[in-house]
Design a binder for this molecule. Structure first.
Ligand code: SAM
Length: 279
């Protein structure tokens, strides 16, 4: 496990993933009944953007920093930007960027329940430290795929699972697909969000084809390309597979991802793509 999210924190992929995560959590909060949130690949919880890793790549400068500098961000970003501000990420030169578990706890209400899994021992220790005084978020140093089996279905019977692996190994798309099938068998009513990178579009495309032919019902994708996909060794975009999305998502994410593509473009061919795999 060599992947360290600190190099990428706050980049375009974090922006699209976290903005969508916040919208999904806001949707869950429309009903009073408590929800369960599971983050299977949680990371460290927070990144110091002035640290060596973030400064080495500077990826956040073409991600969250561009959004924070924009005079009129897309209206669907409001709850995400409010959460970031409450967590100390604001202004034109942000010095920290929160990870998915911290963003989720910021959104959660008193009765909601949250769990975060992180397998890397150092990252898990950092994550534990972030949540040491938080009684609502349970941090587990464990395999997130195993947690899907151990923790689903949740007693609340409503909620969201974020599956955000590092895709270091060639088999990660297969692992994600198998884990999703297994999870949906246990809990068909949950909302699942799976992040994936787009480098070689034939690899992510094959994954999506399999889900289109053999995946769960009510599954959509939302992809953000920051450039065209001519070079398959380079990240050209990233996507989210969303199972049981809020009913507002097709329209909201189409508008939001088109806007993000314009603002976060790093070359010709930037675009958003939102469509159903299975209705
Ligand atoms: N979800 C985080 C966020 O949005 O802020 C970022 C997570 S990062 C992309 C992926 C994380 O998964 C890394 O911190 C890595 O150490 C961890 N990881 C890798 N394999 C894992 C596994 N099998 N179970 C749990 N965590 C794993």
């Amino acid at each position: 496990m060599n992947y360290r999210h600190a190099y990428h924190a706050g980049n375009f992929a974090d922006v699209m993933k976290h903005a969508t995560l916040v919208l999904a959590l806001e949707h869950l909060k429309l009903k009073e009944k408590p929800f369960f949130f599971l983050d299977t690949h949680a990371g460290t919880g927070e990144t110091d953007l002035s640290g060596i890793e973030a400064q080495k790549t500077g990826e956040y400068r073409d991600g969250i920093a561009r959004i924070l500098k924009h005079p009129a961000p897309h209206e669907a970003l409001a709850p995400y930007l409010n959460a970031l501000m409450a967590l100390g990420c604001s202004g034109e030169n942000p010095t920290r960027y929160p990870g998915s578990p911290l963003i989720a706890t910021q959104l959660a209400r008193a009765g909601d329940r949250l769990a975060a899994c992180e397998l890397h021992p150092e990252d898990a220790a950092e994550l534990r430290a972030v949540f040491q005084h938080d009684r609502q978020m349970k941090v587990h140093e464990t395999d997130g795929y195993g947690a899907l089996k151990a923790m689903l279905p949740p007693k609340e019977r409503r909620g969201l699972v974020l599956i955000d692996p590092p895709y270091e190994g060639r088999d990660e798309f297969d692992r994600v697909e198998a884990a999703l099938h297994e999870a949906v068998k246990r809990w068909a009513g949950g909302t699942y969000m799976i992040w994936y990178p787009v480098k070689d579009p034939s690899v992510s495309g094959a994954f999506l084809d399999r889900l289109e032919n053999n995946g769960p019902a009510k599954t959509m994708i939302a992809e953000l390309y920051i450039r065209g996909s001519q070079d398959p060794t380079r990240l050209s975009g990233s996507g989210l597979v969303i199972v049981n999305p809020p009913w507002t998502f097709p329209e909201t994410l189409t508008s939001l991802f088109n806007w993000l593509a314009e603002i976060l473009a790093q070359g010709p061919g930037a675009r958003g793509r939102v469509e159903w795999l299975q209705k």
